[in-house]
Design a protein around this ligand. Sequence first.
Ligand code: ZN
Ligand code: ZN
Length: 173
Amino acid sequence: MELLIFWDARAPAGIQSAFSREIERLLPLKTNICESPFVVTGYIPSRRQTNATSLLDSLDLYRKRSGVSGLVLLVVSEDLCRPGDEYLFGLSRRSTGNAVVSTARLGNEFYGYPPDDGDLIDRLSKESAHEAGHLLGLAHCADPECIMHNPLLLEDITRQKRAFCAACRAQIP
Ligand SMILES: [Zn+2]
Ligand SMILES: [Zn+2]
């Protein structure tokens, strides 16, 4: 199955190929990465964040209009939230095959540490494989080292191994 990756122009540059290689290593998906033709919507000025639910609504609509098929992962730099969640690392919608991940809270600089592409690729790959896992029908996993464990904090993503646990792996179609 193909995973089309829409890389937003404002998302960090220079890590795309390492990132897509890692996704292909983790999942039986053929990645196709391109500069995102989709204009990010859902910005909430008072929160300086983007509503991930309305963003996925627009992405659904964009795909209907443009006839893009298969699974789509949108990578953005905007900080994501949704009603009831202060922030989100990513969000997926299995019914339409769309997911979004944000790099905003995945880089060291957000926490006052020097930037490091290796750290960013590690976290972004795990978070993206997590959302792509949902698109493939996987649910959250209780194993804190598994990619399908629900990450609430950056530490949760750091703790995850760059792998699915055996039980989750068995469910990957
Ligand atoms: Zn999840
Ligand atoms: Zn698991």
